[in-house]
Design a protein around this ligand. Structure first.
Ligand code: DGY
Length: 328
Protein backbone atom coordinates (compact mmCIF):
# COMPACT_ATOMS: atom_id res chain seq x y z
CA UNK A 1 0.00 0.00 0.00
CA UNK A 2 1.28 3.46 -0.88
CA UNK A 3 1.72 5.55 2.20
CA UNK A 4 0.92 9.24 2.48
CA UNK A 5 3.95 11.47 2.92
CA UNK A 6 3.40 13.78 5.86
CA UNK A 7 5.60 16.47 7.31
CA UNK A 8 5.60 16.51 11.10
CA UNK A 9 7.24 19.90 11.68
CA UNK A 10 8.71 18.93 15.09
CA UNK A 11 8.91 15.57 16.88
CA UNK A 12 5.98 14.11 18.86
CA UNK A 13 6.12 10.90 20.94
CA UNK A 14 5.76 7.91 18.56
CA UNK A 15 2.97 6.29 20.59
CA UNK A 16 0.81 9.43 20.23
CA UNK A 17 0.95 8.93 16.45
CA UNK A 18 0.75 5.14 16.43
CA UNK A 19 -2.87 4.97 15.24
CA UNK A 20 -1.94 6.48 11.84
CA UNK A 21 1.70 5.57 11.44
CA UNK A 22 0.87 2.45 9.37
CA UNK A 23 -0.50 4.69 6.64
CA UNK A 24 1.99 7.54 6.87
CA UNK A 25 5.62 8.08 5.96
CA UNK A 26 6.67 10.81 8.36
CA UNK A 27 9.25 13.43 7.46
CA UNK A 28 10.13 14.89 10.85
CA UNK A 29 11.46 18.41 11.34
CA UNK A 30 13.90 19.41 14.08
CA UNK A 31 13.28 19.79 17.81
CA UNK A 32 14.19 22.97 19.67
CA UNK A 33 13.76 25.07 16.56
CA UNK A 34 11.11 27.73 16.25
CA UNK A 35 9.09 27.69 13.03
CA UNK A 36 9.67 26.24 9.59
CA UNK A 37 13.36 25.35 9.24
CA UNK A 38 15.11 25.41 5.81
CA UNK A 39 15.16 21.55 5.72
CA UNK A 40 11.44 21.48 6.40
CA UNK A 41 10.80 24.12 3.75
CA UNK A 42 12.73 22.08 1.20
CA UNK A 43 10.41 19.07 1.53
CA UNK A 44 7.14 21.03 1.12
CA UNK A 45 6.76 20.18 -2.61
CA UNK A 46 6.68 16.43 -1.84
CA UNK A 47 4.23 16.20 1.05
CA UNK A 48 0.52 15.28 1.01
CA UNK A 49 -0.08 16.58 4.51
CA UNK A 50 1.48 18.62 7.31
CA UNK A 51 1.07 18.09 11.04
CA UNK A 52 2.17 21.51 12.30
CA UNK A 53 2.85 23.19 15.65
CA UNK A 54 1.51 26.59 16.70
CA UNK A 55 5.03 28.05 16.48
CA UNK A 56 5.18 27.33 12.71
CA UNK A 57 4.14 30.34 10.66
CA UNK A 58 2.73 28.82 7.48
CA UNK A 59 2.39 31.55 4.86
CA UNK A 60 1.15 31.82 1.30
CA UNK A 61 4.80 31.70 0.24
CA UNK A 62 5.23 28.25 1.82
CA UNK A 63 1.97 27.04 0.31
CA UNK A 64 3.01 28.17 -3.17
CA UNK A 65 5.69 25.47 -3.18
CA UNK A 66 3.44 22.77 -1.72
CA UNK A 67 1.74 21.53 -4.88
CA UNK A 68 0.55 18.15 -3.51
CA UNK A 69 -0.62 19.40 -0.12
CA UNK A 70 -4.19 18.44 0.82
CA UNK A 71 -4.32 19.08 4.55
CA UNK A 72 -2.59 20.97 7.36
CA UNK A 73 -3.51 19.54 10.73
CA UNK A 74 -2.48 22.04 13.39
CA UNK A 75 -1.53 20.53 16.75
CA UNK A 76 -3.36 23.37 18.52
CA UNK A 77 -6.78 24.91 18.96
CA UNK A 78 -5.60 28.27 17.59
CA UNK A 79 -4.85 28.56 13.88
CA UNK A 80 -3.50 32.13 13.82
CA UNK A 81 -0.12 30.74 12.70
CA UNK A 82 -1.57 29.62 9.37
CA UNK A 83 -2.67 31.77 6.42
CA UNK A 84 -6.17 30.32 6.29
CA UNK A 85 -7.28 32.41 3.30
CA UNK A 86 -4.31 31.18 1.24
CA UNK A 87 -5.09 27.57 2.24
CA UNK A 88 -8.72 27.98 1.19
CA UNK A 89 -7.68 29.45 -2.17
CA UNK A 90 -5.50 26.38 -2.75
CA UNK A 91 -8.17 23.93 -1.59
CA UNK A 92 -6.10 22.89 1.45
CA UNK A 93 -8.08 21.87 4.55
CA UNK A 94 -6.85 23.14 7.93
CA UNK A 95 -7.68 21.15 11.06
CA UNK A 96 -7.37 22.11 14.73
CA UNK A 97 -7.98 20.65 18.18
CA UNK A 98 -10.59 22.73 20.04
CA UNK A 99 -11.83 21.32 23.33
CA UNK A 100 -8.83 19.06 24.00
CA UNK A 101 -7.03 21.70 26.05
CA UNK A 102 -9.93 23.55 27.63
CA UNK A 103 -9.55 22.15 31.16
CA UNK A 104 -5.75 22.31 31.12
CA UNK A 105 -5.72 25.96 30.05
CA UNK A 106 -8.50 26.95 32.46
CA UNK A 107 -6.61 25.25 35.31
CA UNK A 108 -3.42 27.11 34.42
CA UNK A 109 -5.29 30.42 34.36
CA UNK A 110 -6.42 29.87 37.94
CA UNK A 111 -2.90 28.75 38.89
CA UNK A 112 -1.49 32.03 37.55
CA UNK A 113 -4.03 34.06 39.50
CA UNK A 114 -3.35 32.26 42.77
CA UNK A 115 0.42 32.30 42.26
CA UNK A 116 0.45 36.06 41.76
CA UNK A 117 -2.10 36.88 44.46
CA UNK A 118 -0.32 34.76 47.09
CA UNK A 119 3.25 35.64 46.01
CA UNK A 120 4.19 31.97 45.73
CA UNK A 121 7.46 32.46 43.76
CA UNK A 122 8.72 35.04 46.27
CA UNK A 123 7.81 32.91 49.32
CA UNK A 124 9.29 29.72 47.79
CA UNK A 125 12.49 31.53 46.85
CA UNK A 126 12.85 32.93 50.38
CA UNK A 127 12.44 29.45 51.88
CA UNK A 128 15.01 27.99 49.46
CA UNK A 129 17.49 30.75 50.29
CA UNK A 130 17.23 30.17 54.05
CA UNK A 131 15.27 33.34 54.61
CA UNK A 132 12.72 31.40 56.72
CA UNK A 133 13.54 31.78 60.39
CA UNK A 134 10.10 31.71 62.04
CA UNK A 135 6.40 31.80 61.28
CA UNK A 136 5.89 35.37 60.10
CA UNK A 137 2.66 37.20 60.84
CA UNK A 138 3.05 39.82 58.15
CA UNK A 139 5.38 38.56 55.42
CA UNK A 140 4.26 37.26 52.01
CA UNK A 141 0.76 38.53 52.58
CA UNK A 142 -1.50 38.13 49.62
CA UNK A 143 -5.12 38.38 48.68
CA UNK A 144 -7.91 35.84 48.25
CA UNK A 145 -10.15 35.17 45.29
CA UNK A 146 -13.47 35.30 47.17
CA UNK A 147 -15.36 38.45 46.29
CA UNK A 148 -12.77 39.63 43.74
CA UNK A 149 -14.14 40.78 40.39
CA UNK A 150 -12.88 38.68 37.49
CA UNK A 151 -13.06 40.13 33.98
CA UNK A 152 -13.08 37.47 31.26
CA UNK A 153 -12.34 38.69 27.75
CA UNK A 154 -13.77 36.02 25.44
CA UNK A 155 -16.40 33.69 26.90
CA UNK A 156 -15.72 30.73 24.61
CA UNK A 157 -14.87 27.19 25.73
CA UNK A 158 -11.85 28.18 27.86
CA UNK A 159 -13.37 31.44 29.13
CA UNK A 160 -16.46 29.53 30.28
CA UNK A 161 -14.37 26.91 32.14
CA UNK A 162 -12.38 29.70 33.81
CA UNK A 163 -15.70 31.27 34.81
CA UNK A 164 -16.94 27.99 36.33
CA UNK A 165 -13.74 27.54 38.33
CA UNK A 166 -13.67 31.18 39.42
CA UNK A 167 -17.29 31.00 40.47
CA UNK A 168 -16.39 28.03 42.69
CA UNK A 169 -13.79 30.25 44.35
CA UNK A 170 -16.50 32.85 45.07
CA UNK A 171 -15.41 35.39 42.47
CA UNK A 172 -17.77 37.81 40.77
CA UNK A 173 -17.73 37.25 37.00
CA UNK A 174 -17.93 40.01 34.43
CA UNK A 175 -17.25 39.16 30.79
CA UNK A 176 -17.02 40.65 27.36
CA UNK A 177 -16.92 39.32 23.85
CA UNK A 178 -18.70 39.63 20.54
CA UNK A 179 -22.10 38.72 22.05
CA UNK A 180 -23.64 38.13 25.48
CA UNK A 181 -23.96 34.46 26.45
CA UNK A 182 -27.33 34.08 28.25
CA UNK A 183 -26.64 30.40 29.07
CA UNK A 184 -23.51 31.29 31.07
CA UNK A 185 -25.30 34.18 32.77
CA UNK A 186 -28.06 31.90 34.03
CA UNK A 187 -25.60 29.15 35.04
CA UNK A 188 -23.11 31.33 36.89
CA UNK A 189 -24.67 34.74 37.45
CA UNK A 190 -22.03 36.32 35.24
CA UNK A 191 -22.65 39.77 33.79
CA UNK A 192 -21.85 41.03 30.28
CA UNK A 193 -20.08 44.40 29.99
CA UNK A 194 -18.27 46.43 27.36
CA UNK A 195 -14.48 46.02 27.44
CA UNK A 196 -13.94 49.54 28.80
CA UNK A 197 -16.24 48.97 31.77
CA UNK A 198 -14.78 45.51 32.46
CA UNK A 199 -11.23 46.90 32.54
CA UNK A 200 -12.22 49.76 34.83
CA UNK A 201 -13.96 47.65 37.50
CA UNK A 202 -12.20 44.27 37.57
CA UNK A 203 -9.50 43.14 40.00
CA UNK A 204 -8.23 40.48 37.60
CA UNK A 205 -8.58 40.58 33.81
CA UNK A 206 -7.97 37.36 31.90
CA UNK A 207 -7.77 36.97 28.10
CA UNK A 208 -9.41 34.03 26.33
CA UNK A 209 -10.30 35.36 22.89
CA UNK A 210 -8.69 33.98 19.73
CA UNK A 211 -6.09 36.18 18.05
CA UNK A 212 -7.78 38.06 15.20
CA UNK A 213 -7.40 41.52 13.67
CA UNK A 214 -9.90 42.70 16.29
CA UNK A 215 -8.03 41.28 19.28
CA UNK A 216 -4.49 42.08 18.10
CA UNK A 217 -3.09 44.55 20.70
CA UNK A 218 -6.49 44.72 22.39
CA UNK A 219 -4.52 45.40 25.56
CA UNK A 220 -2.46 48.49 24.77
CA UNK A 221 -1.48 51.75 26.42
CA UNK A 222 -5.05 53.10 26.33
CA UNK A 223 -6.72 49.96 27.64
CA UNK A 224 -4.03 49.25 30.27
CA UNK A 225 -4.56 52.75 31.63
CA UNK A 226 -8.25 51.94 32.12
CA UNK A 227 -7.35 49.09 34.51
CA UNK A 228 -7.18 49.64 38.27
CA UNK A 229 -3.66 50.21 39.69
CA UNK A 230 -4.24 47.23 41.97
CA UNK A 231 -5.37 44.90 39.20
CA UNK A 232 -3.75 41.87 37.59
CA UNK A 233 -3.62 40.95 33.89
CA UNK A 234 -3.53 37.27 32.90
CA UNK A 235 -2.90 36.09 29.34
CA UNK A 236 -3.14 32.41 28.42
CA UNK A 237 -4.54 33.12 24.93
CA UNK A 238 -2.08 34.61 22.41
CA UNK A 239 0.84 36.95 23.13
CA UNK A 240 -0.03 39.48 20.43
CA UNK A 241 -3.33 40.33 22.14
CA UNK A 242 -1.17 42.43 24.47
CA UNK A 243 1.13 45.17 23.19
CA UNK A 244 4.31 44.13 24.94
CA UNK A 245 5.97 47.56 25.05
CA UNK A 246 2.84 49.03 26.67
CA UNK A 247 2.82 46.24 29.28
CA UNK A 248 6.46 46.98 30.14
CA UNK A 249 5.50 50.61 30.76
CA UNK A 250 2.41 49.59 32.72
CA UNK A 251 4.50 47.49 35.11
CA UNK A 252 7.28 50.07 35.36
CA UNK A 253 4.91 52.95 36.05
CA UNK A 254 2.42 51.04 38.21
CA UNK A 255 -0.63 51.30 35.95
CA UNK A 256 -1.43 47.72 37.05
CA UNK A 257 -0.16 45.58 39.94
CA UNK A 258 1.03 42.43 38.20
CA UNK A 259 0.85 40.26 35.09
CA UNK A 260 0.77 36.50 34.55
CA UNK A 261 1.68 35.51 31.02
CA UNK A 262 1.65 32.03 29.55
CA UNK A 263 1.97 33.59 26.10
CA UNK A 264 4.09 36.51 24.97
CA UNK A 265 4.94 38.54 21.90
CA UNK A 266 7.52 37.64 20.71
CA UNK A 267 7.50 33.97 21.55
CA UNK A 268 9.80 32.68 22.86
CA UNK A 269 10.58 35.79 24.85
CA UNK A 270 14.37 36.32 24.70
CA UNK A 271 16.11 35.88 28.08
CA UNK A 272 17.24 39.52 28.15
CA UNK A 273 13.73 40.88 27.60
CA UNK A 274 12.75 43.75 29.98
CA UNK A 275 9.62 41.87 31.14
CA UNK A 276 11.80 39.39 33.05
CA UNK A 277 13.09 42.22 35.23
CA UNK A 278 9.74 42.62 37.02
CA UNK A 279 9.21 40.39 40.06
CA UNK A 280 5.48 41.03 39.65
CA UNK A 281 5.45 39.58 36.14
CA UNK A 282 5.24 35.81 35.99
CA UNK A 283 6.18 34.41 32.58
CA UNK A 284 5.62 30.81 31.50
CA UNK A 285 6.76 29.20 28.24
CA UNK A 286 3.28 28.63 26.70
CA UNK A 287 2.33 25.59 28.79
CA UNK A 288 -1.45 26.12 28.96
CA UNK A 289 -2.18 22.76 27.33
CA UNK A 290 0.75 20.94 28.93
CA UNK A 291 -0.99 18.10 30.71
CA UNK A 292 -0.40 14.55 29.51
CA UNK A 293 -4.08 13.98 28.87
CA UNK A 294 -4.56 17.24 26.95
CA UNK A 295 -1.50 16.71 24.77
CA UNK A 296 -2.52 13.10 24.01
CA UNK A 297 -6.06 14.17 23.17
CA UNK A 298 -4.67 16.91 20.91
CA UNK A 299 -2.57 14.27 19.12
CA UNK A 300 -5.60 12.02 18.70
CA UNK A 301 -7.66 14.88 17.23
CA UNK A 302 -4.81 16.10 15.03
CA UNK A 303 -4.27 12.58 13.63
CA UNK A 304 -8.00 12.19 12.92
CA UNK A 305 -8.08 15.54 11.09
CA UNK A 306 -4.92 14.64 9.19
CA UNK A 307 -6.23 11.29 7.96
CA UNK A 308 -9.62 12.75 6.98
CA UNK A 309 -7.89 15.45 4.95
CA UNK A 310 -5.54 12.97 3.28
CA UNK A 311 -8.46 10.75 2.29
CA UNK A 312 -10.48 13.70 1.00
CA UNK A 313 -13.08 13.31 3.76
CA UNK A 314 -14.61 16.01 5.99
CA UNK A 315 -12.41 16.99 8.95
CA UNK A 316 -14.05 16.73 12.37
CA UNK A 317 -12.59 20.13 13.30
CA UNK A 318 -11.94 22.34 10.32
CA UNK A 319 -10.85 25.98 10.62
CA UNK A 320 -11.52 26.89 6.96
CA UNK A 321 -14.63 25.04 5.69
CA UNK A 322 -14.59 27.31 2.62
CA UNK A 323 -11.58 25.36 1.25
CA UNK A 324 -14.11 22.95 -0.29
CA UNK A 325 -15.23 25.63 -2.77
CA UNK A 326 -11.92 25.18 -4.61
CA UNK A 327 -12.40 21.45 -4.96
CA UNK A 328 -15.74 21.66 -6.80
C1 DGY B 1 -3.55 26.10 21.43
O1 DGY B 1 -3.78 24.91 21.17
O2 DGY B 1 -3.94 27.01 20.69
C2 DGY B 1 -2.82 26.38 22.69
O3 DGY B 1 -2.31 27.66 22.72
C3 DGY B 1 -1.76 25.33 22.95
O4 DGY B 1 -1.30 25.46 24.26
Amino acid sequence: MNKYKVLLTHPLPADWLASVSGEVDWVVGPDNCMGISPEVKACLPEVDGILSFLCDRISGEHLATAGKLKVISNYAAGTDNIDLAACSRQGIAVGNTPGALTDATADLTLALMLTLLRQLPQAAEAARKGDWKMWYASRWLGEGLRGAKLGIVGMGKIGSEVARRASGFGMEIIYTGRNPKPEIESELSARYAKLQELLAVCDIVTLHAPLTQETHHLINETTLKLMKPNSILINTARGAEVETSALVRALKEGWIKAAGLDVTDPEPLPPDHPLYAFSNCLILPHIGSATISARRKMAEMACANLMAGLRGEALTHCANPEYKEQLK
